[in-house]
Design a protein around this ligand. Structure first.
Ligand SMILES: [Zn+2]
Length: 129
């Protein structure tokens, strides 16, 4: 039986121990299935890690524009931006959950009122006039 050498672990296995690969001359992958599993697990883990970092960056660098878009969306799905109840409270009421008392408004967080306020900058640019 012909044996093939895995490029990663240097062990020799029969063809069945390799994944098929059409682009390779011998029709099989350069690394054995065991190593291939290890490699894909590693990639999965790394991708997960990266996605978590991206999500973190997005959350912490949300701009006022992002918030406004978000409120626009929330309004479109039925939240009342002018209510004296916060979006969080409205959400909890809707789903029968207990609202959590929030800490003081943190920096870089915009509430619906911030977004509705017309700032001189907006007027100067003549948006939505
Ligand atoms: Zn191997």
């Amino acid at each position: 039986m012909e044996l093939f050498k895995c490029r990663k672990c240097d062990a020799k296995y029969p063809k069945e121990y390799f994944h098929n690969c059409k682009t390779k001359p011998n029709g099989i992958h350069e690394v054995c299935k065991f190593c291939a599993n290890e490699i894909s697990a590693m990639y999965r883990k790394r991708r997960k890690e990266e996605q978590r970092q991206v999500a973190h960056i997005k959350l912490t660098s949300s701009t006022k524009k992002d918030y406004c878009k978000m409120y626009e969306f929330l309004e479109s799905i039925g939240y009342d931006l002018n209510s004296d109840k916060s979006i969080h409270e409205q959400f909890c009421l809707k789903y029968g959950l207990k609202p959590i008392k929030r800490e003081k408004k943190s920096r870089n967080v915009y509430n619906p009122q911030d977004c509705q306020k017309k700032t001189p900058t907006n007027n100067r640019r003549g948006l939505n006039e």
